[in-house]
Ligand binder design. Structure first.
Ligand code: MLT
Length: 391
């Protein structure tokens, strides 16, 4: 039997594939599992988007290969969305690329710049694909610790200049997964200065840019002066428009980086289904009232989680954005043992923080993308099985 390539042998199983196995195991034992695991919106895709898809699917032009870079009309819609919502100007021809979900773009960007032995800086804890994309390219991911005392922002001054100079890519992600931290303009300005001093390309993952609470609106990286010269932003319709299953996203920003990503992708995939891109145009340029309604639902769920945990003995502040709550584990538990405990005793799945790298140890992540009544039930069961907790 052919031996697996080292890059595959070195790859850990995907975090949520492991969690799916746990869920299947508990369900097989007859447990009524409530999953606060993956961030996958339970709210439906808005009707106007579905209607557009239903209409477009009959267009025979969509049944053939799509264009590699994506339909120009979709890229124009992305540019228009940035102009209307963020005041950012983008050339749809050279500064926007259609992606089949931002996960593939994030994985493929390392293939554009990372040679074996090259370095990408990744946040720790962080979305696993920043690191595994770099590993698949033969590179090394150097971790930038995100610590609670620094608002879960990396401190660029702490990176020795010899180390900084080695890196080619710098991954950032705010609102952040898994910590739900946010970044302000001053932070992005520092990141841009650091990247320009050290000749590093910033790859900002803005997947949660539309989800803010209590009147807070997260920034897009591209709104910050100098961002378009410093790198690109990945974003997607998954979380902002409840379209995770549709696999439609984009990368936007620095044109040479967009071109490189387009070159790699044209050798790997054949583009996104055009009917889905047409539905994406409807999402981006159609009625936007879904966004405040969705944020209100998530805000209520955030309050249910944090208020209940605080009644049990936690001391948590309310996060301003994202679809996650990053929860420190009580005394006597590790991330894994706490996740096991709540699954065994309460039938509730939470994501162990160490699934986002060792720096996530001591935390679990709970998602807000679950039906509100089921969420209340999950918290009720957790309260019953845990009682009061200490830290
Ligand atoms: C998450 O829950 O971290 C994300 O939804 C997973 C993903 O995008 O793969």
């Amino acid at each position: 039997m052919a031996e697996l390539a080292k890059r595959v042998k070195d790859l850990p199983p995907y975090l949520f594939a492991r969690i799916d196995d746990k869920i299947a195991g508990a369900k097989a034992k007859g447990v009524d599992v409530i999953s606060l695991g993956i961030g996958d919106p339970d709210l439906p895709t808005p009707k106007n988007i579905i209607d557009k898809m239903a209409e477009e699917i009959y267009n025979p032009a969509h049944h053939q290969y799509p264009s590699y870079a994506g339909m120009l009309s979709y890229r124009q819609a992305v540019a228009e969305w940035y102009r209307r919502g963020r005041g950012v100007t983008l050339d749809p021809q050279t500064e926007v690329l259609t992606l089949i979900g931002s996960k593939e773009g994030i994985a493929h960007i390392s293939l554009c710049y990372i040679n074996p032995g090259d370095v990408a800086r990744v946040p720790a804890p962080g979305y696993p694909v920043y690191e595994t994309g770099c590993m698949l390219a033969g590179g090394e991911a150097y971790k930038m610790p995100l610590r609670a005392e620094n608002g879960f922002l990396p401190i660029f001054e702490d990176i020795p200049s010899a180390v900084a100079k080695k890196a080619k890519l710098l991954f950032l992600n705010y609102p952040n997964n898994p910590t739900s931290a946010v970044a302000d303009e001053a932070f992005y300005r520092k990141a841009i200065a650091f990247a320009s001093e050290n000749d590093i390309i910033i790859c900002h993952d803005g997947a949660y840019s539309e989800i803010g609470f209590d009147g807070y609106r997260p920034l897009s990286f591209l709104e910050v002066p100098g961002a378009k010269e410093a790198g690109i932003e990945f974003n997607s319709l998954s979380k902002g428009y409840n379209m995770t299953g549709w696999r439609i996203a984009w990368a936007a920003g620095r044109s040479d980086v967009i071109r490189a990503l387009g070159t790699v992708k044209s050798n790997i995939d054949s583009g996104a289904f055009q009917a889905v891109q047409a539905a994406g145009i409807e999402a981006l340029l159609g009625p936007q009232d879904i966004i405040p309604r969705m944020c209100a639902v998530y805000q209520e769920r955030r309050d249910i989680i944090i208020d209940t945990l605080n009644e049990m003995g936690w001391h948590m502040e309310k996060n301003k954005a994202a679809v996650y709550v990053w929860v420190p584990v009580p005394k006597g538990f590790t991330s894994e043992s706490f996740a096991e405990f709540v699954l065994d005793k309460a039938g509730v799945v939470v994501t162990p923080g160490n699934g986002y790298g060792a720096a996530g140890e001591g935390f679990v992540r709970m998602t807000l993308t679950i039906n509100t009544e089921r969420l209340r039930e999950a918290l009720r069961r957790m309260k019953e099985s845990l009682g009061a907790v200490a830290f």
